[in-house]
Design a protein around this ligand. Structure first.
Ligand code: ASP
Ligand code: MG
Length: 403
């Protein structure tokens, strides 16, 4: 078999853990499999690099940001390759560019366009364990790009697709995908399996276990993922086209996201093309907009609120300032003390009354809903960030998700 394994930052946080991972890889290799390993930067290295940048400037420029952020993974691949060699195996480390990973030019949020994996295949054929830096690639001008925080998962899934791997394992520091963040909800339960669709929603809604774009890719190419802990040999969670066991549950999981900010626009003229102007300007700056709410029209104007990632708030506010006169709204506010809590479940589409149960559970705890959004298989509410923890526990209880 050809196996792609991805190890997250916590799995390679120090020398001891890197050696442990190397032993794990050696075990798989000695069973006769070919192994490609994708690694993240050691521990909190990426956060540290971001802090380092902040100590120099508040305006680093995104190309230079990618230059520095990509160095974290270059350290971990080299160390892991050395450790694997110490296990008596042949190993070679490769940066994203060396592994033939080509992306678009959107620095700090690049998307993989193509993987030319001849070199990786050659090294595999020569019997080596190939260790590839996650989270990075090369754009058309030959500059290094990164794929967005947590992007190593996406590198792993993309490589698994390009190499037509038999198995793609994502190793992390928890046993798999849980019904809620186990750090917040003590009796959260590990799911044996979950569908691509549900996982995609959870990942987008703030479950940190998988990078959303990795799940998107896995869904499009119908790749089965195994999410497992690198600290034990437990089976983990299988992410696949359709989940088996959990289908009987109306709600599969509860997610929350603190990285949300809301912008509200006042007195937006009620004319065709205004919303287009506002959201085109945001898209032009590569700012993802999540929830959008437009109020009922009064006196020819309405209010529009929308949410963006907190990390994009300053950029989005600058855009609003720029287009204010052209779009014709009278002013705007913002709030970054909010959180999004969501319930996700494929069973929701066919079970009425789920929203009412969610709102009741929150109302009973005096939690005010500031915005609501739904899809076929999820319901999200914006609430005050200070109440997020309580809301998640309440919903976990209400839908009987405890282990
Ligand atoms: N090291 C990068 C980050 O911390 C990429 C990753 O871990 O997947 O976001
Ligand atoms: Mg990480």
């Amino acid at each position: 078999m050809l196996i792609v394994q991805k190890y997250g930052g916590s799995s390679v946080a120090d020398a001891g853990r890197i050696k442990k991972v190397a032993r794990r890889i050696a075990g798989v290799k000695k069973e006769g499999h070919d192994v490609v390993v994708v690694v993240s930067a050691m521990g909190d290295t990426t956060d540290y690099l971001i802090e380092l940048v902040k100590s120099i400037t508040s305006n680093p420029g995104e190309r230079e940001m990618d230059m520095i952020l990509s160095t974290g993974e270059q350290v971990s691949i080299a160390l892991l390759a050395m450790a694997v060699k110490d296990q008596g195996l042949e190993a070679i480390s490769m940066t994203g560019p060396q592994a033939g990973i080509f992306t678009d030019s959107v620095h700090t949020k690049a998307r993989i366009k193509e993987i030319q994996c001849d070199r990786v295949k050659e090294e595999l054929a020569a019997g080596k364990v190939v260790i590839v830096a996650g989270f990075q690639g090369l754009n058309g001008t030959g500059d290094i790009t990164t794929l967005g925080r947590g992007g190593s998962d996406t590198t792993a899934v993309a490589l698994a697709i390009a190499l037509q791997a038999d198995l793609c394992e994502i190793y992390t520091d928890v046993d798999g995908v849980y019904t809620a963040d186990p750090r917040v909800v003590k009796n959260a339960r590990k799911l044996d399996d979950i569908s691509h669709d549900e996982m995609l929603e959870l990942a987008h809604l703030g479950a940190q276990v998988l990078h959303p774009r990795s799940v998107e890719l896995a869904k499009i190419y119908n790749i089965t993922l195994q999410v497992r802990s690198s600290f034990n040999h437990n089976p983990g969670t299988i992410v696949r086209e359709v989940s088996g066991m959990e289908k009987t549950m109306v709600v599969t999981g509860v997610a929350h996201d603190l990285n949300v900010a809301r912008i509200g626009l006042f007195d937006v003229p009620d004319r065709p093309g205004i919303a287009w102007k506002v959201f085109r300007a945001l898209a032009g700056e590569h700012i993802n907009v999540d929830m959008i709410i437009q109020s009922a029209t009064r006196n020819g104007v309405n209010d529009i609120s929308f949410t963006v990632a907190t990390s994009d708030l300053q950029k989005a506010l600058a855009v609003m300032e720029k287009i204010k006169d052209e779009a014709g709204f009278s002013g705007y506010t913002w709030d970054d003390g909010i959180a999004k809590v969501s319930i996700v479940g494929a069973g929701m589409a066919t079970n009425p009354g789920v929203a009412a149960r969610m709102f009741e559970a929150l109302a009973k705890r005096n939690i005010n809903l500031e915005m609501i959004a739904t899809s076929e298989i999820r319901i999200s509410c914006i609430i005050k960030s200070g109440q997020a923890q309580e809301a998640v526990s309440a919903l976990h209880d209400e839908f009987g998700l405890a282990g």
